[in-house]
Design a protein around this ligand. Structure first.
Ligand SMILES: Nc1ncnc2c1ncn2[C@@H]1O[C@H](COP(=O)(O)OP(=O)(O)O)[C@@H](O)[C@H]1O
Ligand SMILES: [Mg+2]
Length: 132
């Protein structure tokens, strides 16, 4: 299976749509309700960062498979300002807005892997994965 859906993030409603899609996909491949909540919280945080800091971008949700194991990958991509102090953003306490997911350190805890590529003035690409 190689399923991939992209949602443009422009308004706050798009954040809701991305959450919904993530929940449906997570449920469909067998994540329990607790993991579904973890995944939707991570999607919210990533989509909200796009909305707040880059104004627009994309969330891609993908069903992934490796060595017979299934999982979900969420990629947040924008052409916004980029993250200047990227070394600090995964430290607890660095986040400013106090959402329920506790920012990027929270996203890292909720998911199995987190990868950030960012360049000031060019944009940000963050990919997270969670495996069943
Ligand atoms: N997509 C993004 N584009 C530019 N800057 C970002 C992006 N995502 C996060 N940041 C920067 O990283 C910081 C930390 O993000 P985060 O951990 O989500 O905490 P918070 O959003 O609560 O400040 C933000 O304050 C912002 O400066
Ligand atoms: Mg945030």
């Amino acid at each position: 299976m190689d399923e991939k859906t992209t949602i443009e993030i422009v308004t706050e409603w798009d954040i809701v749509a991305a959450r919904q899609l993530g929940r449906n996909e997570a449920k469909a491949i067998g994540f329990d309700t607790v993991d579904q909540a973890r995944i939707t919280t991570a999607i919210s945080e990533l989509a909200r960062n796009i909305y707040l800091y880059a104004h627009s971008g994309e969330i891609t949700i993908e069903i992934i498979e490796r060595e017979g194991k299934k999982g979900i990958a969420v990629t947040a991509c924008d052409k916004g300002p980029g993250i200047d102090n990227v070394r600090n953003v995964l430290d607890d306490g660095y986040t400013t807005s106090g959402g329920i997911g506790a920012g990027l350190p929270g996203v890292k805890r909720l998911m199995d892997t987190l990868d950030i590529q960012t360049s000031v003035g060019e944009g940000t690409l963050i990919r997270v994965e969670k495996w069943l």
